[in-house]
Design a protein around this ligand. Sequence first.
Ligand code: ADP
Ligand code: ZN
Ligand code: ZN
Length: 806
Amino acid sequence: MIAEVYIDIPANPVNKPFDYRIPDYLDEVIQPGMRVTVPFGRTRRLGFVTELKEQSEFKQLRAIDSIEDHAPVLTQELLDVGLWLAETTLCATVTAFQAMLPAAMKAEYKKMLQVEESEQLKAEDPELAKIFETGKQLSWTEITKNNPELLKRINRMLKKGLLSIHQLVRNQANAKKVITVSAAVSLERLKEEVSQLSDRAKRQKEVLNLFIGKSEDASYKPTMNALVQNGLSREAITRLADKSLLRLEQIEQFRDPYANYVQQTQPLDLTDEQHKALAPIMQSMNTGEHRVFLCHGVTGSGKTEIYLQAIQRVLELEKQAIVLVPEISLTPQMVLRFKGRFGDRVAVMHSGLSRGEKYDEWRKIREGKVQVAVGARSAVFAPFKKIGLIIIDEEHESSYKQEDTPRYHARDVAIHRAKIHHCPVVLGSATPSLESFARARKKVYTLLTLKERVNRRPLPSVQIVDLREEMREGNHSVFSRLLLEKLKDRLQKKEQTVLFLNRRGYSTFVMCRSCGTVVKCPHCDISLTYHRAHHLLKCHYCGYEQKAPDTCPTCGSDAMRFFGTGTQKVEAELNCLLPEARVIRMDVDTTRQKGSHEKLLCQFGDEKADILLGTQMIAKGLDFPKVTLVGVLAADSLLHLPDFRASEKTFQLITQVSGRAGRHRLPGEVVIQSYTPDHYAVSDAARHDYEGFYQQEMELRHRGGYPPFFYLALISLTHSEPAKAADAAERIVSILKKNLSEASLVYGPVVPAISKIKDRYRYQCMVKYKREPALIPVLQKIMQHFQESGKDSLQVSIDLNPVVLM
Ligand code: ADP
Ligand code: ZN
Ligand code: ZN
């Protein structure tokens, strides 16, 4: 047999499979979707088997060395998705395959073989059985290392269930293991042993008597720890195991990070609006028809309840569901809503889990132990076999686009997979992306609208404060007089406030007031950020840091000033203005530790603080009954970025943050501070007017030739020598112009807003197109031709439908 193998060579995309001979002893063992080690050139490489075949057009084939997996890690469907992903995002196929696996799979792991039925094994394959006389669990590699012929026989025994395989992930990804204890011999034999033991072996007798007492209960298999905690001797237990009277087994336990705090919930009676939205989703599931729904519902309109009831149906149909939520809104509150409804049928995957925990969750999905996967972007690759529904909550979120290769958008992958599985996709948002809303308008997607909050709770009232006016009247604080007044009022009433600031650090930059020098990173073209805690300046791109200077590095003046406003500075000012207020600050710096995010939110939920001050990460998903005031400190902080989506992002952010207020009994109020209060992104958000915003923004996009009217392809180049980057960029632009149709527009080369990162100079070219069949082939050629490997060489990256343009 021959296997087609995609080989893991990162730099230069080898985008075709190579044929390898399957040695006899691996015949029947190797299946598509497994990883193997193969000789390649003079090295050995990891590869993915995608197909088996009888014949190859090549004569002299090298043979596969060994296998990495005992069972396929990718299903046939995911292999196909990988091939599609490689083509549509212009990445190496193996890169696409790797992206679908949990990180722990990339680590080393050890396969253990375990005997399940020793008597039967002895009968079927005495030689194999003999090997296992030294221990019930042996390392796969050690057994097969010197005797590869055994593989085939082991495989046969695996199929018969006489042997089983267990994986132990080394390093931190270790699956959690427990040792269980059970009787290895008959009741009579146990009794006999007790009578024969000397009086000195009191501890052993104790253990034996326990097992004699439990002999009726065949399932009695306590853990070693449980026995020891009950006062039995570990040593005595081991001794009895040595005498083969007791059996010790090491079993892997799935860690459940949410084990401790799940409360069971029941489906709620849906409102009319919810009913109307759910019905067509149900119908699509029942008829097994692929459709994409855009569920546009204001915050608090009960979208999540719709998801839950749709998933309920998926389970009744004996299928599986994937729910994607943005990483930052993957809060315990969100997770508990799914766990509370579906309990241990849910796997959760997010970055807060350890590698081992993530691996456990992935394994539960692959082994069919759970039916619902809730997770961030990469959960879209959950290895389910019968997907019945894919939900993408907050579908407008930019985090659904991966910024590294493969540069995929989870929405595209979801729709692609849903087509294969003939199931619906539900995109949900209070502020849909312009692209999605435009598709819904054109009836490519089905629009479902929820205009009201559940129980008709009003949307919060929003007031805009003009910060220029505040300045003119002598108020230089980050707090307008209106916001400060309302803060005081909430403190008095013992209600809570959420303050939102889209910055991190203490000040965004340091500038000399005498000569205007801004301290920049020596490796990147970007100003350094001041961190007060250690009086440091840090680069957020490359991690470079230095002590904050007291005097200007250019002119020596001591008039160094810290500009901009960060969460630390706001916190300091709050402490000054409202010393009695208890403040919780949430930003990248206070949430770096695992679990700190949850802890801070819990504290706030328990009313241990009056004010929650934070960045992006508090904009979503939070739902606290006592929050009646939300303040947006600088609504325009995103507005002036060189990005055609700046207005859209501003509108979304203000809407999301405002949605945190008054979700329960107490009515909510929002204060938005802005330097450009008349900008439609700010004023439409204040009026909760999505449609108004959509109209105006679509007009501007149309005029500027931006999505959703045009597609974009961004080609970025970097080189340690600026001239070489510029030269290659020129050549690429001319190749594009020559090969693409007239209707497509080629821009550049230009130097982007950040011209240098990590000592590498950057150039960009852009293509705007509507339909361009020649695009992918040309871009593939460009990649093959220009991409070089090595550190001081030209790097080309191509981003189709980029989310970040800088
Ligand atoms: P969204 O996801 O649209 O922001 P949620 O699903 O979080 O809205 O719903 C907001 C609140 O209303 C939640 O506390 C939820 O439990 C509650 N809720 C949702 N649907 C119903 C319903 N049909 N009856 C009663 N309460 C509901
Ligand atoms: Zn100076
Ligand atoms: Zn830097």
